[in-house]
Design a protein around this ligand. Structure first.
Ligand SMILES: *Cc1c(COP(=O)(O)O)cnc(C)c1O
Length: 402
């Protein structure tokens, strides 16, 4: 998963370019910056590497989602259909623009179940937001068709799946807009950062202004910029962009290692007939940042987690079902509408209703799923040791529960 594992001279060089001029801001100061425009250069690189027309960097992946929603016109009272398995940032962004997160079931892709999306559509639905969790993706053809039929916006939260593709196109470039996060544990990192990608000029132009106080960036200098709409400050700094620039140049290396290590570890787990794997939609190419696998029952999965913990080999393995960050079962703050300032009535009512909403289909999947984070720096020997120990722990539990 994380680009931080291969941080080095390349990142230091790019950051140093910025430190030499002292211009830490991405806009203005044209003279003193001596031609150093790291954020602009990174945006250009993103459009080339991922194949989209426009890229707008932001201060975080959460800010990228918020920006994309604002630029797509999602706001007060609009419903956004999203999965019950994601990171808390996905619903934070929905709430931040005044919209309502409508959480629905996932399937064995670990992402939105298209049938559940269809069933959740109401006259207030404005957007479908698949979250491409753990390196792989939702069935985008099915979701696109639903969006086309119902005239809905498709916004891809691809924050966790940098480098994965669907039918030859990079995730985050297929919907009306898509986002990546470059936070510290993502496939490429800026320390903190994110990006909105789109092929729509208008969505880009709005994202550009929105992330910089609504400044239109058309003035002869910054002071002469006008404000066609109200924005915020979700800017990235040149220092952060510099790190990202070094990282994006190494993305091919990161993905190569991820795929190789994922495949090698998977070969061990494949020896166990009771273990199955996450479904990747046809035409999908997993970024391989995680290896997500299933056991036949919740009881066996919990026993394997306990056994791995006892043996000291649980680190890097995520049992999301009981995880505070990623699954509806533990989002009490969301279900209690625990915000610091008042929500709108419709938002509050929708959140409180989540307390009464059950997700048996998602529970049946998440309770059997373990995701193993794939390191870029594992040696062949470490993978062998890890694989053998995992297989032994799983076999032991299966044997004891025969
Ligand atoms: C990391 C992440 C985000 C938000 O990213 P930040 O940069 O940490 O704000 C959004 N969605 C998902 C699924 C993520 O994993």
């Amino acid at each position: 998963m994380p680009g931080f594992e291969l941080f080095g001279a390349e990142e230091r060089k790019e950051v140093n370019d910025v430190l030499e001029t002292g211009i830490l801001m991405r806009y203005g100061f044209d003279g003193p910056r001596q031609g150093i425009w790291k954020a602009k250069e990174l945006e250009q690189a993103i459009t080339e590497v991922f194949g989209c027309k426009y890229a707008q960097l932001t201060s975080s992946g959460t800010a990228a989602l918020t920006t994309a929603m604002a630029a797509l016109g999602i706001g007060a009272g609009d419903e956004v259909i999203m999965p019950a398995f994601t990171f808390v940032a996905s619903f934070e962004a929905v709430l931040s623009v005044g919209a309502i997160p409508v959480l629905v079931d996932i399937d064995e892709t670990l992402t939105l179940n298209p049938g559940a999306v269809r069933a959740a559509i109401t006259p207030q639905t404005k957007c479908v937001m698949p979250v491409h969790m753990c390196g792989s993706m939702a069935d985008l053809d099915a979701l696109k068709q639903i969006c086309d039929e119902h005239r809905l916006i498709l916004l891809e939260d691809a924050c966790q799946s940098i480098g994965a593709s669907y039918k030859g196109r990079s995730l985050a470039t297929i919907g009306d807009a898509g986002t990546f996060s470059f936070d510290f544990v993502k496939t490429i990192t800026c320390a903190e950062g994110g990006v909105v990608m789109t092929n729509k000029e208008e969505v880009y132009r709005k994202s550009d202004g929105y992330t910089d106080h609504g400044h239109d960036h058309l003035g002869v200098d910054r002071g002469a910029d006008l404000h066609p709409f109200i924005g915020y400050n979700y800017r990235i700094s040149e220092l952060h962009a510099a790190v990202g620039l070094a990282q994006i140049r190494k993305l091919g290396t990161f993905l190569g290692l991820q795929k190789k290590n994922n495949k090698a570890l998977r070969a061990y787990l494949e020896q166990i007939p009771e273990v199955s794997f996450r479904v990747v939609p046809e035409g999908g190419d997993d970024s391989c940042s995680f290896l997500s696998w299933f056991l036949p029952t919740e009881e066996l999965t919990k026993a394997v987690v306990t056994e791995m913990k006892t043996q000291g080999i649980l680190a890097g393995n995520f049992y999301w079902f009981v995880n505070n960050w990623h699954y509806i079962s533990k989002w009490d703050h969301l279900k209690n509408a625990a915000t610091l300032s008042a929500l709108s009535d419709v938002q509050r009512e929708a959140l409180l209703r989540l307390k009464e909403t059950a997700f048996p289909a998602s529970d049946a999947i998440m309770s059997r799923c373990i995701s193993t984070a794939i390191s870029l720096v594992w040696t062949d020997e470490q993978i062998r040791e890890k694989g053998e120990k995992m297989v032994a722990a799983i076999r032991e539990v299966l044997q004891a529960n025969k």
